[in-house]
Design a protein around this ligand. Structure first.
Ligand code: ZN
Ligand code: FE
Length: 256
């Protein structure tokens, strides 16, 4: 199996695009490019060409680089079939659960609505990587724009159900504001305090707090911890279901 090289490219004010390079297969993927310059600068520096663009969802801050990059590199744009009318330049339309081969890696596309109706994430099964766009962030989850709270909850659970050692790459740097919010409601969580300290020092040096892992989110992301009695008590929802707790937390975070 070839080990994939993942490079984090900060774009716009707080977006992340990613360049994935398979050295033995010599092919390159960009994930969610909102702009062109950071991508072309990086590729030029390492003398690479772009072969594929993978899109998690249709928002401008994830797809606005597609058409120009296609013009430059003649690369193929890949996205969810069900949302293909909203993905600029789409060439390869994948169905839910379909597997797309990248060298010897198998990339599974998973529908995970809530932030948008057509949101997907890409699971690189052998390398154990998940590119999740705006579904899950370190210590947070995406806002619900098009879907229902139930859909968003189920989408977060899909990511939570990946193996604990899966590495998660999200679409934005929102970690500091997330940690401030959750420290209010998850006061007894020592791991959360420790992580918050680490995050502040990373951000002070302008370093990304991405990637994270499923295990780390299980330990410190309140949206992964809705079934815990401690959390339920802290929002006075002692007997509520995990999904109800999730809905309440999302609402509190929206108004934070
Ligand atoms: Zn978005
Ligand atoms: Fe976004």
């Amino acid at each position: 199996m070839s080990i994939l090289n993942v490079n984090i490219l900060p774009c716009l004010s707080d977006n992340y695009s990613y360049i994935i390079h398979d050295k033995s297969f010599n092919k390159v993927i960009a994930i969610d490019p909102p702009v062109v310059k950071p991508i072309t600068n990086f590729l030029k520096k390492f003398n690479l060409k772009l072969d594929f663009i993978l899109c998690t969802h249709h928002h401008a801050d994830h797809v606005d680089g597609n058409l120009e990059l296609k013009k430059i590199f003649d690369c193929k744009v890949i996205g969810f079939e069900q949302d293909s009318s909203r993905i600029p330049g789409i060439d390869i339309k994948l169905k839910n659960h379909e597997i797309w081969k990248f060298g010897d890696e198998t990339v599974k596309i998973e529908h995970a609505p809530g932030h948008t109706n057509g949101h997907v994430f890409y699971h690189f099964q052998k390398n154990k990587l998940a590119f999740v766009g705006d579904i899950v962030f370190p210590m947070g989850c995406g806002r619900i724009f098009e879907g229902s709270t139930k859909e968003m909850y189920e989408s977060v659970v899909k990511i939570k159900n990946l193996s604990n050692d899966t590495t998660i790459y999200s679409g934005h740097e929102y970690t500091i504001s997330n940690s401030k919010f959750f420290l209010k409601f998850d006061k007894n969580n020592i791991k959360l305090f420790e992580r918050s300290k680490k995050i502040l020092s990373l951000r002070k040096d302008n370093k990304p707090t991405i990637p994270t892992t499923v295990q780390l989110e299980k330990d410190t992301n309140i949206f992964f911890r809705c079934e815990e009695q401690d959390i339920k008590n802290s929002i006075n929802m002692k007997n509520a279901s995990s999904e109800e707790v999730f809905a309440k937390l999302r609402e509190l975070k929206d108004n934070f």
